[in-house]
Design a protein around this ligand. Structure first.
Ligand SMILES: Cc1ncc(COP(=O)(O)O)c(C=O)c1O
Length: 397
């Protein structure tokens, strides 16, 4: 904007800025005025670039999608109203009646429900397997299998999916691989680089990082994208301009936050491992972690260098009462929040939150007990977090 275009506001006219705002604007408009019926028709058909109705797209969603695309080196990205909406977008755009999916038994509970119970209502069958066991995945594949689904770092035991191995199996059966990268974020892993066809992030978590936005994104390349925009619009899976704007602000510090939190989590894991009040400590970066080599390979794909994520899971020596005592002792310094990825360190108790719908037997099979605690490490000083944890451990000794 040049200074000649500046008009006085004395007469009530709007003053046009001669400078450019450093922060992006928010576009709350639900609809955009068209010059002509032809322009409207072209916009609605997607033949002309631009906006007409916010459910089909708006500038804030486009700006955020651009960032997600860059992070994942993807040809396309779509922003959806939540991580679950991004998963629903993947399901509805890629699958149809009589298709079959192979899914990890360690998926986030609602994702498991979506691809088993909800998908079954649409005539889509599923087989649930341990996707860390590639021969079990191979056995589960059939002619109708169209999608294999796993998480980069599984919740809460933090096992690492072999994305390249899963992609090879999926592609050998003409199926596609969808990876939920929420626990890693693209700072630590870019699943498309390892052969995944689609990747989702619950941006509610570390992508936004401030616990004030529910949002998701789906990224992929041309080969899988044909039905995505129409599906997002028809099923109404869009995200609000304000949420997108907030997430852009969160994403501006994504790289800094993830590296800092991952480095702290590794230090904490090393200090916690072997503590007498703990039966086990799970962190992909521990030397004893069975899949550390896999984590090193997959999670060193970018400039961040080695990083094993900000999540840390440990098992207290004791049951429900001990877990409660520990949680009370840490509160409010480390709050009990059934989510993750905040600036602040938080903890969760999988048995009573994310995995409460499983039977005791199913939880045990996954390694989840009443004493299992999941820590989402934030960006505080490592010593400060460790002091709080030690106070909790002393309280149960
Ligand atoms: C791994 C993972 N994927 C997806 C989701 C769903 O994301 P949202 O809560 O943004 O719908 C969650 C939520 O906890 C999650 O942990």
């Amino acid at each position: 904007m040049t200074s000649e275009k500046k008009t006085s506001n004395v007469s009530g006219q709007r003053r046009m800025p001669a400078t450019t705002a450093l922060a992006p604007p928010i576009y709350p408009a639900t609809v955009y005025a068209c010059d002509s019926p032809q322009q409207a028709a072209d916009l609605l058909a997607g033949n002309t670039d631009g906006f007409i109705y916010s459910r089909d797209g708006h500038p804030n969603s486009d700006m955020l999608a651009e960032q997600c695309k860059d992070w994942h080196r993807a040809e396309h990205a779509a922003i959806a109203g939540s991580g679950m909406a991004a998963l629903a977008l993947a399901l509805l755009s890629q699958l149809q009646q009589a298709d079959h999916v192979v899914i990890s038994h360690q998926l986030y509970g609602k994702t498991l429900h979506l691809f088993t119970t909800e998908a079954a209502r649409l005539g889509i069958e599923s087989t649930v397997v341990d996707t860390c066991d590639l021969s079990a995945v191979r056995r589960a594949m059939c002619e109708e299998t169209k999608l294999v689904i796993a998480e980069t770092i599984a919740n809460p035991m933090l096992q690492i999916a072999d994305i390249a191995g899963l992609s090879e199996i999926a592609h050998a059966h003409s199926a596609r691989l969808l990876i939920d990268n929420t626990f890693a974020s693209p700072v630590l892993c870019r699943p498309l680089d390892w052969g995944a066809d689609l990747v989702i992030e619950s941006m509610t978590k570390i992508m936004n990082g401030h616990s004030d936005v529910i949002l998701g994104c789906l990224c992929g390349n041309d080969a899988v994208w044909e039905r995505v925009p129409q599906t997002a619009s028809t099923w109404g899976l869009f995200a609000s301009p304000h949420s997108c704007w907030l997430a852009m602000r969160g994403m501006a510090t994504l790289d800094l936050r993830v590296k800092r939190a991952a480095s702290t989590a590794k230090q904490l894991a090393e200090r916690m491992a072997g503590h007498p009040a703990l039966l086990e400590t799970h962190y992909p970066g521990l030397n004893v972690a069975s899949d550390r080599a896999l984590a090193e390979k997959q999670m060193a794909t970018n400039e961040a260098g080695l990083g094993f994520g900000n999540m840390l899971t440990f098992r207290l020596a004791g049951g429900q009462q001990i877990a409660e005592k520990f949680i009370y002792a840490l509160s409010p310094s480390i709050p009990f929040c059934p989510s993750l990825g905040d600036l602040k360190t938080t903890l969760s108790h999988p048995e009573s939150t994310s995995h409460r719908e499983l039977t005791d037997g199913q939880r045990e099979e996954l390694g989840i007990f009443a004493g299992t605690i999941r820590l989402s490490v934030g960006i505080e000083e490592p010593d400060e977090i460790f002091e709080h944890l030690e106070r909790g451990l002393q309280a149960i000794e």
